[in-house]
Ligand binder design. Structure first.
Ligand code: URA
Length: 248
């Protein structure tokens, strides 16, 4: 028979995870504030403001807006360059825009985006504290996988965005983002959960990259184990960036 303490542990773990995926944790900023408003003010006033940085990102977005480097320009509705804080410490990188993103020109605004939003809140952050973008800036028709030649033509935009933002951590969402950024053929299940070095160009200062499961994969495979794995990955990122961890 299972020990009472084991049962308690499992029940606690489950309620923690439920809280996590419904964004239920109290919002705590990196600066240790419990009150949401106070936390938001602290984040705003402490993010180093480099006005140039936002302008530089806008220039990239303008270039993406006119891009005709690959065939996706013929089928896209809107380009999706990326969105968020130009001084973000954490950048999330997904695969490519889907139908909702293509319609709105914003990354992760569909079902997977809602789950990503919950993950961000559970980490004690707001969407506007981080930067969110994709490997591809245009939607592959029917949400097919990105083609290698599309990735080759598009990746420069992401590299430039990361050089401008200079985050502490990149979170690669899913196999396409992780394998592309790490130039690896390894399965996401094998590379997730630990930090890897990412270089925007040869010889550049490494940025820590945490691969994890894509929120869309998580929605399709919503097991306790997968949710726990993503939450563990995010807690490693939180520990690395000094975000307070939920009390055990
Ligand atoms: N999936 C992605 O990889 N990116 C988005 O922006 C939306 C869904």
């Amino acid at each position: 028979m299972a020990k009472q303490s084991d049962i308690k542990k499992v029940v606690k773990q489950h309620s923690e995870m439920d809280d996590f995926f419904s964004g239920g944790f109290t919002i705590k900023s990196i600066y240790g504030h419990q009150d949401e408003e106070e936390a938001c003010e602290a984040v705003e006033s402490s993010v180093p403001v480099d006005s140039n940085c936002g302008a530089e990102l806008k220039k990239i977005a303008a270039k993406v807006g006119k891009c005709t480097k690959c065939e996706l320009c013929a089928t896209r509705t809107k380009t999706v360059p990326g969105d968020g804080n130009p001084n973000a410490k954490i950048v999330f990188v997904g695969e490519a825009p889907g139908a909702d993103e293509d319609a709105q020109g914003l990354p992760f605004v569909g079902r997977a985006g809602k789950l990503l939003g919950n993950i961000i809140v559970a980490m004690g952050l707001r969407r506007e504290d981080v930067f969110i973008c994709n490997i591809l800036k245009c939607r592959p028709p029917g949400n097919r996988d990105p083609k290698p030649e599309e990735i080759v033509k598009c990746i420069g935009y992401l590299q430039k965005q990361l050089e401008i933002i200079g985050p502490d951590i990149i979170i690669a969402l899913g196999a396409h983002a992780a394998k592309t950024m790490l130039d690896s053929k390894a399965a996401i299940g094998k590379i997730r959960g630990r930090f890897h070095d990412y270089h925007t160009s040869e010889g550049s200062k490494p940025i820590k990259l945490m691969p994890t499961y894509h929120p869309a994969y998580l929605l399709r495979n919503y097991s306790d184990d997968n949710r726990k794995r993503v939450w563990e990955d995010m807690q490693k990122v939180m520990a690395e960036t000094g975000l307070p961890l939920p009390k055990k």
